[in-house]
Ligand binder design. Structure first.
Ligand SMILES: Nc1ncnc2c1ncn2[C@@H]1O[C@H](COP(=O)(O)OP(=O)(O)OP(=O)(O)O)[C@@H](O)[C@H]1O
Ligand SMILES: [Mg+2]
Length: 227
């Protein structure tokens, strides 16, 4: 369980998050919504200890997430797919996956290929020449190479065609259902994402304004005014 307790995060004199008390349970699928600058990326980064100036606590399965120690925190089982297509553009698909899994069992590559067959087809292709959707699948595959128990994704579908968005969401459900990996998904595609998560969290200017079942948010008549 990933637990934020009264978390505040600052950049210089600016408070980006305040009084955040939320949690993501083992195996749960949760979406985080909010307008640009609401603090969604900061929320994920705090979960990995990637923001230094914080107060309050974040714990993962009871262990404190230590601000500034991303590497140690990630080893607790946290996978992270940052905003943008974060792949090594000059390496092949297979080399990217091997890089991401350096400290892990290489056999896991086969599981990533099972999940994203297109990566197996294109394993020898230079990553920079993949389509946007294929690069994003590779970025997710790379995060999976660390065998996370929670996978955080920061707007993984930005710029993808609707049919590819659906493919990506299907893959996330498959990851979640076959491995039990919890999913914490930051998304702008609110309507589509609401259909694949169990719970939603909405941020507005650094605070939580909704935390509840996704069906309840979908029913909220004035929901669209929040974004
Ligand atoms: N490194 C930084 N230094 C200073 N301010 C920052 C930094 N990173 C983020 N901020 C500010 O903190 C606030 C929250 O930013 P954050 O990136 O978390 O928002 P977001 O919800 O992810 O937005 P978007 O939808 O545009 O990705 C914004 O006002 C942003 O300008
Ligand atoms: Mg962001």
């Amino acid at each position: 369980m990933l637990e934020y307790r009264k978390l505040e995060a600052r950049y210089g004199g600016f408070t980006a998050l305040r009084d955040i008390t939320i949690s993501v349970r083992p195996g749960e699928r949760v979406a985080v919504f909010g307008h640009n600058g609401a603090g969604k990326t900061t929320l994920l980064r705090c979960g990995l200890g990637d923001v230094d100036d914080v107060s309050g606590t974040v714990t993962y399965n009871g262990d404190p997430i230590i601000p500034g120690s991303v590497y140690r925190n990630a080893r607790k089982g946290i996978g992270f797919v940052p905003q943008g297509h974060n792949v090594f553009r000059d390496l092949s698909v297979a080399q990217n996956l091997r890089m991401a899994g350096l400290l892990h069992d290489q056999a896991y590559i086969d599981e990533v290929y099972r999940l994203f067959p297109v990566l197996l087809e294109r394993r020898a292709q230079i990553a920079g020449s993949l389509s946007g959707g294929q690069q994003q699948m590779l970025a997710v595959g790379m995060a999976l190479m660390t065998r996370p128990t929670i996978l955080m994704l920061d707007e993984p579908t930005t710029g993808l065609a609707p049919v590819i968005v659906q493919d990506m969401f299907r893959s996330l459900i498959q990851i979640n259902e076959t491995t039990g990996t919890a999913i914490m998904l930051v998304e702008q595609n609110v309507a589509a994402a609401l259909r694949i998560v169990q719970r939603a969290i909405v941020l507005k200017t650094g605070g939580v304004i909704f935390d509840g079942p996704s069906a309840e948010l979908a029913r909220h008549e004035d929901m669209w005014r929040w974004f």
